[in-house]
Design a protein around this ligand. Structure first.
Ligand code: SAM
Length: 252
């Protein structure tokens, strides 16, 4: 498979691109690419560019761009994953797999029972780290459109925004689904979302949602939905839900 790299600036046909130091290091030291090897670059504005390494050294790589290919690998289903952040590498894992599975945007949330607390500086660093995971997942899985990573918010604040939108428009467009192991509704029983409408998935932290959070989400327009008869870990729930939605309404 031809190596793919994200380039964080607009790319034009026939130009020579200097890869950043991290990308050059990855290309030469990790992937062992050499001068003349074919590569694909994408800048997130649509499609991808094929080219070859005009220079490949530890100090930096140059890519000669040859042609633009207007290819996208996006699902027709738009999914927003609103995920209560979780400990250790679980959140990294959720983000990586959610991108591979075609999620359109990710909203990290702090809930009452979220086990990690981040001050503003650490939250900013964590956001940058998650963004790098999204880019790496796109490089790996062939997506040329970078899913949006929204700023970390408290669940209460995020629900206030949803409620304001619901009050303004009378209802929320698309599906707003809150995953709860005690719900009776099932995903497969919901009608397909309208064309271009978002399916928003809200998944709780390791300890689940507090009662008042469930109430606030329902008041804001979320439907509680259950995934099977077993209690899943939060990372399993989010990824099972995305896979199920792609099967029901997307491109699986
Ligand atoms: N005892 C907790 C509870 O009752 O919510 C279990 C929390 S579970 C480990 C973490 C999150 O995964 C939940 O908040 C929920 O969003 C989701 N989840 C886990 N299993 C689920 C299921 N079978 N159906 C729907 N959501 C589930």
């Amino acid at each position: 498979m031809t190596a793919r790299f994200f380039h964080p600036a607009p790319i034009r046909n026939s130009e020579q691109i200097t890869l950043g130091s991290d990308t050059s290091h990855h290309a030469v030291q990790v992937l062992r690419l050499k001068q003349g090897d074919g590569v694909i670059l994408f800048d997130g504005t649509g499609g991808e560019f094929s080219g070859h390494l005009a220079q490949a050294s530890k100090s930096g790589c140059q890519v000669q761009i040859e042609s633009h290919l207007p290819v996208e690998r996006e699902s027709p289903l738009k999914i927003e994953l609103a995920q209560a952040i979780c400990i250790n590498e679980k959140m990294d894992w959720i983000i990586q797999k959610a991108v591979e599975q075609g999620v359109t945007r990710i909203q990290p949330l702090i809930t009452r029972r979220t086990l990690i607390r981040l001050d503003e500086e650490r939250a900013g660093k964590r956001w940058q780290h998650w963004h790098k995971i999204i880019i790496a997942a796109c490089e790996q899985c062939g997506r040329n459109t970078i899913p949006q990573l929204l700023p970390l918010l408290s669940l209460a604040h995020w629900l206030e925004q949803k409620l304001a939108r619901k009050q303004q428009h009378g209802s929320l467009a698309g599906h707003h689904i809150m995953f709860s192991p005690t719900a009776s509704q099932r995903l497969a029983k919901l009608s397909p979302p309208g064309s271009g409408e978002y399916v928003t998935f809200l998944t709780g932290p390791e300890g689940g949602f507090a009662g008042e959070e469930t109430d606030a989400a329902c008041y804001a327009g979320f439907i509680p939905v259950r995934l099977g008869s077993r209690i899943l870990r939060t990372e399993s729930a989010a990824l099972a839900a995305i896979a199920a939605a792609q099967t029901l309404w997307g491109d699986y």
